[in-house]
Structure formats: structure tokens, C-alpha cells
Design a protein around this ligand. Structure first.
Ligand code: CP
Length: 305
């Protein structure tokens, strides 16, 4: 499989076989360090929105493979402040780098960047749309913990309307005969377009606002933050913040082997007491960003085939 020069924009662009291949390369990356694989290569990390995990794990992955990193995490110090367009910013940075990772609040911005850029572009999150590299590390985490991705029963709880990690993961898992439980108030339920796609693919799903309703059936509960920054009206956010909370009392009602995932950051939806239970998978999940992002960088730069 040849990923050289390929953009990583949407999880919809990848077949089941391609997803599994990327996970296989990630495993190789975890098992053998490959210190100099990307020596002489430069990653431009262009973050128009805040990030801790995505940006720092890309930077770390590039450096661990012997490459270098340029970029910004705050547009206040860039010519965006003078009115430079995204198109021109990408045209410029693609001349200074071999691969670009971009996070931007506008849906479709990563696709636009890929059109402007002669070097491969990786989407580090575009608004409420998608977060494909998060999805790949989520798949990698599930694969590591369960041994396979098939027939998973997974609940998604919280902000399923604006949560881009949910959108990408639902599409990716739909290749593997899952059962989905979408747990959210009506106003924050998963958009109909995703449900239409699941219906077309004959994927089983249930919708509820009651966190306890399917608690005994889930293999994994994927918890999400209410995405404050996406709400057009701050009062609406106030209505929903803190609506679900995973705590020790809730864990009394789940299967012993149920695991809890979260893309992080959390802002109160998982109590810290849960961290020390066997259910907590979220910190390990964040750590899996390193082998997965190493694999993606090596693949799109044509260093692994
Ligand atoms: N999971 C994730 O995207 O985290 P950051 O926003 O910190 O990058």
C-alpha cells in the first residue's frame, strides 16, 4: 500500500484495509524506534486553535523519527493578524516544509489546505467536522485492549453534535460490525447525516439521553466534553455543561471489563477517582498518539510502504 504524498483529511477517504494497514505500521513504530527515518524532513505544525495532545504528540513523533518541526500554536504571532488568507498561509508554509499538520476552527479548512499545498496535509481537527488522526489512535487503542475491532458495543456520551472525534470514529468503526449507543440530550445528539450513513450501511444503533440505560451492554464508553467553543449561544452551553458525569457510583452499574475512553481534555465529565480503576483507558489512549502519528508521518513521506 502506498501512502506517499497522500493527504489525511477525512476518515471517509480510507478503506477498511487501509485503516488496518496504518494500525499495523503504528504497531511496528511502537516495537522498533526508527530514530533516523525522517532525518532531513520538516513538519509544519500550524495550529489555529488550542491543542495539547495533537500538537505535542505530532512534534514529539517527528523529533523521535529524526525530523524537525516549524510552525505556530497562536496566530497572534503570524501574518494571519494582517489578514493573510488560509490559502496563502499554506502556499507559503508548504515551501518551508515536507508535510503539514493543520488544526483550524473552520469545517473544510483541512481540505482547502490540501488543495493549496503540494506537500501532504494532515487534518489535526477542522471545527466540528473530523479529527482523523484521533480516530486512528482511538482504533489503535481499541485494537490493543481487545485484540480486534470487530463486533464492538460502544457508547458515546456527551456532546455528539459538535464532537468531531465521535464523528470520525463512528465512520471508521462502521467497517467492523459495531453496535452504537448514542447518549446525549436531543439538542446534542449525533447529526442525522451520520445516522443516515449508518442506516445505509446497516449498522445497529440506539439513541437515548439516559446514561444508565445501556450501561451493562457496552464494551467501551467513549466520553466527550461539551464543546463550549462551538456553541453559538453561551447560555445554551450553560444549560448542558455537567449534564453527564462518570464517577464511582456510575461504575457500580457497568460491566467489570468495560473500558472508558476520552479524547481529552476533560472538564469534569470524568471524576478523578475513576483514573485509578481498571476502567480508565484515556491516558493510555492519549499515549498511543505517538506510534500512530509516527506511522502517519512515515507513510505520507514515503519512508514506509
Ligand atoms: N484529543 C485532542 O485533540 O486533544 P488536544 O485538543 O489537546 O489536541
Amino acid at each position: 500500500m502506498d501512502f506517499k504524498n497522500r493527504d489525511i483529511i477525512s476518515i471517509n477517504d480510507f478503506s477498511k484495509e487501509e485503516l488496518l494497514y496504518i494500525l499495523k505500521v503504528a504497531k511496528q513504530m511502537e516495537l522498533s524506534p526508527k530514530d533516523n527515518l525522517l532525518r532531513g524532513k520538516i513538519l509544519a505544525a500550524l495550529f489555529f486553535e488550542p491543542s495539547t495532545r495533537t500538537r505535542l504528540s505530532f512534534v514529539s513523533a517527528m523529533k523521535q523519527l529524526g525530523g524537525k518541526v516549524i510552525g505556530f500554536s497562536n496566530t497572534n504571532v503570524t501574518s494571519v493578524q494582517k489578514g493573510e488568507s488560509l490559502w496563502d498561509t499554506i502556499k507559503m508554509t508548504s515551501q518551508y516544509s515536507d508535510v503539514i499538520v493543520i488544526r483550524n476552527p473552520l469545517e473544510g479548512s483541512a481540505r482547502l489546505a490540501a488543495e493549496a499545498s503540494p506537500v501532504p496535509v494532515i487534518n489535526g481537527g477542522d471545527g466540528s467536522n473530523q479529527h482523523p488522526t484521533q480516530t486512528l489512535l482511538d482504533l489503535y487503542t481499541i485494537l490493543k485492549t481487545r485484540g480486534n475491532l470487530e463486533n464492538l458495543r460502544i457508547g458515546f456520551v456527551g456532546d455528539l453534535k459538535y464532537g468531531r472525534t465521535v464523528h470520525s470514529l463512528v465512520i471508521a468503526l462502521s467497517h467492523f460490525n459495531p453496535t452504537f449507543y448514542f447518549i446525549a440530550p436531543d439538542e446534542l445528539q449525533i447529526p442525522e447525516s451520520y445516522l443516515d450513513e449508518l442506516f445505509q450501511k446497516k449498522v445497529k444503533y440506539f439513541k437515548t439521553s439516559d446514561l444508565s440505560r445501556f450501561s451493562k451492554e457496552m464494551d467501551i464508553l467513549y466520553v466527550t466534553r461539551i464543546q463550549k467553543e462551538r456553541f453559538p449561544d453561551p447560555l445554551e452551553y450553560e444549560k448542558f455543561k455537567g449534564i453527564y458525569r462518570i464517577d464511582m457510583e456510575f461504575l457500580q452499574r457497568v460491566r467489570k471489563d468495560m473500558r472508558i475512553m476520552h479524547a481529552l481534555p476533560r472538564v469534569g465529565e470524568i471524576d478523578h477517582s475513576v483514573d485509578n480503576t481498571p476502567h480508565a483507558l484515556y491516558f493510555e489512549q492519549a499515549g498511543n498518539g505517538i506510534p500512530v502519528r509516527k506511522a502517519l508521518l512515515a507513510l505520507v513521506l514515503g519512508k514506509i510502504k
